[in-house]
Design a binder for this molecule. Structure first.
Ligand SMILES: O=c1[nH]cnc2c1ncn2[C@@H]1O[C@H](CO)[C@@H](O)[C@H]1O
Ligand SMILES: [Zn+2]
Length: 444
């Protein structure tokens, strides 16, 4: 007797060995997939009928600042440096662990509702993020965002926070949480600090998550300070390895791409954020050609402004088509791979494919919708037509977090009220709070 059997769906395994199963069955026991095939010969405690739907691996969002849901729309349409330095960083000072907990709960709700089962995060008060992930049942690779700005005291306290976070949370929530080190970026962290973090991560056996060359300003700053770009600087101090997840990677030279490929660095691509922040266009087709593992991500909600990976998939495809003026440069299947297989690979988790022995992290996408009719090509629909709201059922670690559009792992209403209240801590003059436009007080 298995725990769950998913029947009657079109199973997109994303596993090259099994391919797609037109009417497949997936059996789940103790959080793992124990059978993928045409017909399971056995009983199950629970049957999920996926008729008219696609069953596929849950999406993996490899670069987020989940607590930034609280800053959604807080400061838009500003130059990136001004946005970060004059608006985002000062307001983050006002947010404490309770606010971040509310913000990450909101992020998890939004991610679950749009088919994301795992995310990688880098932010402040990350213990609160861990608590939110533990409570809601998602899987996550979390890191404490560390910045020293060349100040040795700040370096020491940042590293201590990062170390404590790794000590307390790596492997937490029954293994659903893995911890990473999260040095912010090569231009906001000193070389010595980056060396120390690198050393500590190797010692602790955990991965590293960092922003790399998001802006041309970073490239210029690095050239001025070190006489070389971020990639060369990091390479020269021995920072790179196959345990490094580098977000953005926009301003790369041909040589930089070769270094990333040679060192096995994973690149997280944020097409929506990059367009919104006018940061530039990452050379994704070239990186893929060189064998770099490129995954997809939303970035934080202050630069996206939502966490819908379906939107990210579509934008990833469109951006590189128009950039190269070549429609064939990236196809729907490649984008799906980036959002599932490649994401799981970057985070080192046995997910991203529906495969025996892998975690039962999967989603059901309803194909019987007006904007998905008629249906010629499933990959095409998932990337170019589907929306996060087409996801009806979500499982993580073999637990059903959402079923038929009903979120089971948290109270949606309560999460929105709590997040709206937490946003008041920003002291923003513009906040239309829970007593204004978003008046939930009379409901229920
Ligand atoms: O697009 C971005 N570029 C650089 N930094 C960012 C971006 N989005 C968020 N953060 C900042 O990274 C830190 C992580 O702990 C936070 O301060 C967050 O505001
Ligand atoms: Zn970021």
């Amino acid at each position: 007797m298995v725990d769950i059997l998913i029947k009657n769906g079109h199973v997109l395994t994303m596993d090259p060995d099994s391919g797609d199963l037109k009417k497949g069955e997936v059996a789940i026991e103790n959080g793992r997939i124990v059978y993928v095939g045409l017909s399971y010969n056995g009983k199950a405690d629970k049957i999920i009928d996926a008729s008219g739907s696609v069953v596929m691996p849950g999406l993996v969002n490899t670069h987020n600042h989940a607590g930034m849901t609280l800053l959604r729309g807080y400061a838009d349409d500003l130059p990136l440096a001004e946005w970060l330095e004059d608006y985002i960083w000062p307001v983050e000072e006002k947010l404490g662990p309770e606010e971040i907990y509310a913000g990450v709960r909101l992020a998890c709700l939004e991610m679950i509702k749009s088919g994301t089962t795992t995310f990688a995060d880098m932010y402040i008060h990350e213990q609160a993020a861990a608590r939110a992930v533990e409570d809601c049942g998602m899987r996550a690779a979390l890191s404490y965002g560390m910045i020293d700005f060349g100040d040795p005291q700040r370096a020491a306290s940042s590293l201590l926070k990062g170390r404590n976070f790794v000590k307390d949370f790596n492997g937490a929530a029954n293994g659903r949480i893995s911890a990473m080190y999260g040095p912010h970026a090569p231009h906001t962290c000193s070389q010595q600090f980056l060396r120390d973090v690198r050393k500590q991560a190797r010692k602790d056996g955990v991965k590293v998550h960092i922003h790399v060359l998001e802006t041309e300003a970073e490239l210029n700053q690095m050239k001025e300070k070190y006489g070389k770009c971020s990639v060369n600087m990091l390479h020269d101090i021995g920072f790179f390895d196959s345990d490094v997840l580098a977000a953005h990677c926009i301003w790369l030279s041909e040589g930089d791409m070769d270094i990333l490929a040679e060192m096995g660095v994973h690149v997280s691509h944020d097409p929506v954020s990059n367009m919104k922040m006018a940061a530039g266009i990452a050379p994704v087709p070239k990186l893929l050609e060189k064998g770099v593992n490129v995954s997809l991500s939303t970035d934080g909600c202050a630069s996206n402004n939502n966490l819908d990976m379906f939107g990210v998939m579509k934008m990833a495809a469109l951006l590189h088509k128009v950039d190269s003026m070549d429609l064939t440069v990236i196809d729907a299947r490649k984008v799906l791979e980036m959002a599932t297989v490649n994401g799981a690979k970057a985070l080192g988790i046995e997910a991203g494919m529906i495969k025996e022995g892998y975690y039962a992290d999967l989603i059901v996408v309803d194909m019987k919708r007006p904007h998905l009719t008629p249906l010629y090509d499933i990959d095409s629909h998932l990337v170019y037509s589907a929306l996060g709201s087409d996801v009806t059922t979500v499982l993580v670690d073999g637990k059903v977090l959402m079923e038929n559009g009903q979120v089971l792992c948290m109270n949606e209403y309560e999460i929105m009220v709590e997040a709206s209240k937490a946003a008041k801590k920003t002291d923003s003059q513009h906040l239309i709070d829970v007593l204004g436009l978003q008046d939930y007080s009379d409901d229920q």
